[in-house]
Design a protein around this ligand. Structure first.
Ligand SMILES: [Zn+2]
Length: 234
């Protein structure tokens, strides 16, 4: 299997042209929070890319500008800071900051050697949502109707349980793998024999301490490598 790694919410960066949209205290607080970027996701994506010798495509601007993990027709593709922009400006955001990321991931899938591509889309989520603690440490998001994705996530789940028995690893939590997102769009573009789309969703609780997060990344990277070996052998 040829791995390809992507990170849709890698950064809280705002391009200079849009700085004025994010000048308020509210906007700055949003950028610094889980709404602005997925804390830890870029480091995990980078480690996976290095260990697996896989191409890495990381978004270069905050999702609050335009979200590459939403369809262009999804209202949530824009945030409250950009939704009210004139149509031409919104089109420009899609063209300059949304499409290039989506196209680069699709190109990496296309350019991979023959056989199946394993696309790992790396994210993190906030431990507390709506006042309730989320009982998930690591979420594996996939389409249960795609046999190969299910089989890979079986192998990954087992490998994670072997390395980190204390982690609560959950399937299609805290989100569904078939919800609107980049992997869902790419499943429509590539047949099952060619494309496996799996989102890794890490609880930001694991990211909070630098040393513990380094160890957690090593465990995740090792488990992914184990699961690729298992899937290739099977
Ligand atoms: Zn994300």
């Amino acid at each position: 299997m040829n791995p390809v790694v992507s990170c849709e919410h890698a950064t809280a960066r705002v391009p200079e042209r849009y700085a004025a949209l994010f000048a308020s205290a509210d906007a700055r607080a949003a950028l610094a929070s889980h709404r602005g970027f997925d804390d830890g996701a870029r480091a995990l994506a980078r480690d996976l890319s290095r260990a697996l010798d896989a191409p890495l495509v990381a978004a270069r601007a905050t999702r609050l500008l335009v979200d590459p993990n939403r369809s262009r027709t999804n209202r949530a593709v824009f945030s409250e800071f950009t939704r009210g922009l004139p149509r031409e400006e919104r089109e420009r955001l899609l063209e300059r900051w949304w499409a290039p990321h989506r196209d680069a991931v699709a190109a990496a899938v296309n350019e991979a050697a023959r056989g199946a591509v394993l696309h790992l889309s790396v994210h993190s989520f906030t431990p507390v949502w709506d006042g309730a603690e989320r009982a998930v440490d690591l979420g594996l998001l996939y389409d249960p109707s795609r046999r190969r994705e299910r089989a890979f996530c079986d192998a990954l789940h087992a490998a994670l349980a072997a390395r980190e028995p204390g982690w609560r690893v959950r399937r299609n939590q805290p989100y569904r793998g078939t919800a609107d997102g980049l992997t869902t769009a790419l499943r429509r573009a590539f047949r099952e024999a060619r494309y496996l789309g799996v989102e890794l969703e890490v609880n930001q609780r694991l990211v909070a301490d630098a040393g513990a997060w380094r160890a957690a990344r090593r465990a995740i990277v090792g488990a992914v490598a184990d699961a690729i070996s298992a899937a290739t052998a099977g």
